[in-house]
Design a protein. Structure first.
Lengths: 150, 150
């Protein structure tokens, strides 16, 4: 960021031009921030459910259903953030991700359907929701193991 | 972060203890990251619609409706991130926000209903969606002017 800013300031000073970063690069940076923002929100809701499933906080069916609702909505979002050109910079996505976009997209579709299945049973007992929560969690691990620098 | 890590490492070294940050502070930090993540995702979808409304990219009713759907889902999320104790640290929330939580919550409810109204007209012509988009935008500005350090 610092060197990019310097280039921009130098460009503006020497040539009287505005910041010279191409729109395309801005869009790629925005895409990286976007998908990271989505995953951060994802972790909040996933973590709140996980704490109940692991017995760290009391199970509350209504609260669990709230988080399942938000999680299902969020699963629709990250896919569009993996745009062309957003494979560099402040991202933990491995090179393998960009070589296997069909698999990545199929995994996101699986995540969506598993989150919908969790939402469908939410409101029920802890015994009802635990296996569906575990199925969602498997998606996270599967994708991170293959495509994310940890 | 660096000093916190140092304290943790020192604590672990000197006393054989695990990281000493209280769970409460972790939760507050998570809440700040969570709401910032939600707003980052919010900007992505809001910005995509804004580019169409301002004529920077061609209007595509289906794409617009996609972004309106995601935006409506996201408006449900930030409120729960403004938890007690999350008024310090890496946040742009002004002190005034914490003194006016009833007003802040009412503003979030208005944002939700305006985003729903936008979603309801999305799929229509640019003339249909423009006023509803402007109504959503007013919420951002109103809340930022009062409660966010810019």
């Amino acid at each position: 960021m610092k060197s990019k800013l310097l280039v921009g300031v130098l460009g503006a000073t020497l040539f009287g031009a505005s910041m010279s970063t191409p729109v395309y690069a801005d869009k790629a940076e925005d895409a990286i921030k976007y998908r990271q923002g989505v995953f951060t929100a994802f972790r909040w809701h996933f973590g709140a459910m996980g704490a109940m499933v692991r017995g760290k906080v009391d199970y509350d069916a209504e609260q669990f259903a709230h988080h399942a609702t938000q999680l299902a909505a969020l699963t629709r979002m990250p896919k569009e953030g993996f745009i062309e050109g957003s494979d560099f910079g402040d991202t933990a996505a491995k090179a393998e991700l960009w070589e296997n976009l069909d698999d990545v997209n199929a995994r996101f579709d699986k995540l969506i359907s598993d989150a919908d299945a969790l939402l469908a049973v939410s409101g029920g007992s802890l015994g009802d929701v635990r296996p569906a929560f575990g199925a969602v969690a498997k998606n996270c691990k599967g994708c991170h193991d293959n495509y994310k620098e940890e």
